[in-house]
Design a protein. Structure first.
Lengths: 93, 346
């Protein structure tokens, strides 16, 4: 019998508190996080447009990250907290 | 030092072969067999670096992952490291967790970066880290196992598994291990770690998220300008041309001697290469690297490959014979990830 030590992360589970999701988007102010990849702004503008026209969102405002590889910086997160209700964010190629 | 190891233990019935197969089955390996990580081996690895198993080596903010000495040691054992390699692996782990290296991008990106590690200072020769023939391998245990240990930490501790969180489109062989030393013994120039603020007698490892090496050939010229003109012509449209990453230039023995004989140092090399790797906006647009129609003046308006000459790291290394050297484009852009140098503490 050989006893081996586990090389993987065995972190204690951390509960992540998600903000409650709104049931409707009517009247909500939408933040669009643009990650600087080619055409991501165009895609997000289209999404924002659909959310306003078809789902009744009050507004859709774009915020630009420094680049796609880093988390959104503190300044835009703070501004989004102050001025928006929901956020559209993601990454892809 | 008494070592209390707290990682989960797996009892495997049978022989060493069964233990190796067990590691494959658990998804712990990079595709090659690993050394089964038993407690005595892990304890020896920690003792060699005088580390307590619970000590946090680094915290990767993007992953919210704390990397402990015990986990680094387990993965270093699996990679085949000798215990005395452990301080280099630890320094490299500190490097990739540094906010300037910025783990998320190079650990995940379709761009498929490896972690190029450049070892400097006395530890390089003490551990027999190769700086000569077959620089990028194969043949040297320290070169192949130190980089492998780092990759196994990324896989097993940070969760950067190919196909899930590591989404490299092509990857490259350096993603198995990508470790070199600077040829300080024969180089006429200031070593990389001294240029980056350390003393010559300190040992360091520099980590850079990087593409594979791109070899170039010049057996014709006996001047610095001749050799570097060929290099610049190869480099000009390499890597993420529009992204402006950092580059490493590895000058092997023959080219190193030719360039030095012209009286050029690392600064002159950097300045020349920076100046001669610029592209006209017209060329970038014609070759579909830059968007938009060609405007008046685009034929003469130049865009540098990297933001500054200082984004080109010069490393003399490689065999003494042969008119070959290489350049290594960094991953992404300087703003996404930068080379980081950490001291190897013994």
């Amino acid at each position: 019998m050989i006893e081996l030590l586990d090389p993987t992360l065995e972190a204690a589970t951390q509960p992540i508190a998600y903000a409650a999701r709104p049931s409707r988007l009517e009247g909500k102010r939408v933040a669009l996080i643009e990650n600087t990849k080619f055409n991501s702004d165009k895609l997000l503008l289209k999404i924002g447009d659909i959310l306003v026209k078809e789902y009744g969102a009050a507004s859709a405002r774009m915020f630009r990250k420094h680049n796609a590889s880093v988390p959104a910086h503190a300044e835009i997160i703070e501004e989004i907290q102050k001025t928006c209700d929901v956020v559209v964010a993601g990454v892809g190629d | 030092m008494p070592t209390t190891l707290t990682s989960k233990r797996h009892a495997v019935e049978g022989s060493l072969d069964d233990a190796i197969e067990f590691c494959f089955q658990q998804g712990w390996t990079d595709g090659l067999p690993v050394v089964p990580p038993t407690a005595p081996k892990v304890a020896r690895m920690l003792e060699a670096a005088r580390l307590d198993p619970k000590q946090q080596i680094a915290f990767v903010e993007h992953r919210a992952v704390s990397i402990t000495a015990e986990k680094v040691a387990i993965n270093a054992v699996m990679a085949g490291c000798k215990p005395e390699y452990m301080p280099v692996v630890v320094a490299a782990v500190e490097g990739i967790a540094d906010p300037k290296w910025s783990y998320h991008g190079p650990g995940t990106s379709t761009g498929g970066a490896g972690v190029l590690m450049i070892v400097n200072g006395p530890i390089a020769s003490a551990l027999d880290v190769n700086a000569g023939d077959n620089l990028f391998g194969p043949g040297w245990r320290s070169n192949l196992t130190i980089g492998r240990a780092l990759r196994l930490v990324m896989r097993n501790v940070c969760g950067s598994r190919p196909g899930t969180l590591d989404r490299g489109t092509l990857g490259h062989p350096g993603k198995l291990s990508y470790v070199i030393a600077e040829n300080e013994a024969e180089s006429p120039w200031t070593p990389l770690h001294v240029e980056r603020g350390f003393r010559p007698e300190q040992s360091t490892v520099t980590v850079m998220a990087a593409e594979a090496p791109h070899q170039f050939y010049n057996q014709l010229s006996n001047t610095a300008e001749g050799v570097l003109t060929t290099l610049a012509d190869n480099m000009r449209v390499s890597g993420n041309v529009m992204g402006q990453p950092q580059y490493v230039i590895v000058l092997a023995g023959e080219h190193m001697r030719t360039v030095a004989a012209s009286g050029w140092g690392k600064k002159e090399i950097r300045d020349f290469v920076w100046k001669h790797t610029q592209n006209s906006l017209a060329h970038l647009k014609r070759t579909q690297r830059m968007s938009g129609a060609i405007q008046d003046g685009d034929e003469t308006k130049l865009r540098p490959l990297v933001e500054s000459p200082d984004d080109i790291l010069i490393v003399p290394a490689g065999g003494r014979a042969g008119a070959f050297s290489c350049y290594i484009p960094g991953w992404g852009s300087r703003r996404s990830s930068q080379a980081v140098t950490k001291e190897v503490k013994r």
